[in-house]
Design a protein around this ligand. Sequence first.
Ligand code: G
Ligand code: G
Ligand code: MN
Ligand code: NA
Length: 254
Amino acid sequence: LYLETDLRQALNLEQFMLFYQPEFNLHTGKVECLETLLRWQHPKRGIVGPGEFIPLAEDTGLIVPIGEWVLQEACRQVIAWREQGLPSIRVAVNISARQFRQSGFIEMVFRVLKQYGLAAEWLELEITESFVIQSAEHALNMFKVLRQSGISLAVDDFGQGYSSLSYLRKFPFTKLKMDRAFVKNVVNDPHDEAIAAAIIAMGDSLGQEVVAEGIETREQLDTLRTLGCPCGQGYYLALPMEGPKMAEFLQRVT
Ligand code: G
Ligand code: G
Ligand code: MN
Ligand code: NA
C-alpha cells in the first residue's frame, strides 16, 4: 500500500486536491455551506480518497502539514471565488483528532485565516462525535476559543457513538451532521426514523443546525423534509465537485 514517503512526496509535489460538496437548506434549496473533501491525485492510481491515506497520515503525524494545506487551499479558494464575483459561502473543513491535539492548532487556524484575509465567520470546522466524546476539559476550552472567534463548529457523524444531551449542552457546537447510517433506512425503518426525528428535535431545542448526511434518494429527501430536517447533503442533492465545477454550480444556483 502507501508509505510515509509517498505521502510526503504527495505534499511536496502538490498532488493533493480539494473537492467541495454543498449542504442545502431543505426548505429554501439555498446552499448553506460547502464541505471540503481531500483527494490525492496519484500519478499512477488516479484519484485516491482520504479513507485510503488519512489513517497513515495520522499515524505518521503528516496529517498536521496536510491539514494545514487543506485549510490554506480552502481559504484560497473561497477568496478566489469571491474575486470572481460569486457570493461568499461558508466552507467546512474536516479536522482529525491528531490535528486538533497538536499544540499550536488554534494559532495555525488564526494565522491561515489572517494570511488569506478570510473572516472567521466563513470557516467551519468539522470534528467527529467520537473525538468530541473522549476529549477532555482542554478540548472544551479550545472549542470555546474557536467559537468565540466566530468560527462555526460542526459535530460530524453525529449519532454514531453514544450521544448525550449533556455534552451537547456543554460544547459550543453550531451544527450536528446526522450520520448517514440513519439516513440510509429512514424511509423504511421506523427505528431509524425515530432516531432521525429525535436528532432533529434535539438540534432544534439546542439551537444547533441539523444536516442530514448521505441523502441518496428522492424518498429519503421527502421523509427528512416531512420530519422537519432543516438541512441536507448527499449524492442525490449534489456530488462533491472540483473547484472550477463548483464555481459553475454556484453561478447557476445562486
Ligand atoms: O470523501 P470520503 O468519503 O472518501 O471521506 C472519507 C473520510 O475522510 C471522511 O470521514 C471525511 O471526513 C474524511 N476527510 C475528508 N477530507 C478530509 C480532510 O481534509 N481532513 C481530514 N482529517 N479528514 C478528511
Ligand atoms: O465523515 P464525513 O461525513 O466527513 O464523510 C464525508 C464523505 O461522505 C465524503 O467522502 C463524501 O464523498 C461522502 N458522501 C457524500 N455524500 C454521500 C452520499 O450521498 N452517500 C455516500 N455513501 N457517501 C457520501
Ligand atoms: Mn465531514
Ligand atoms: Na459524517
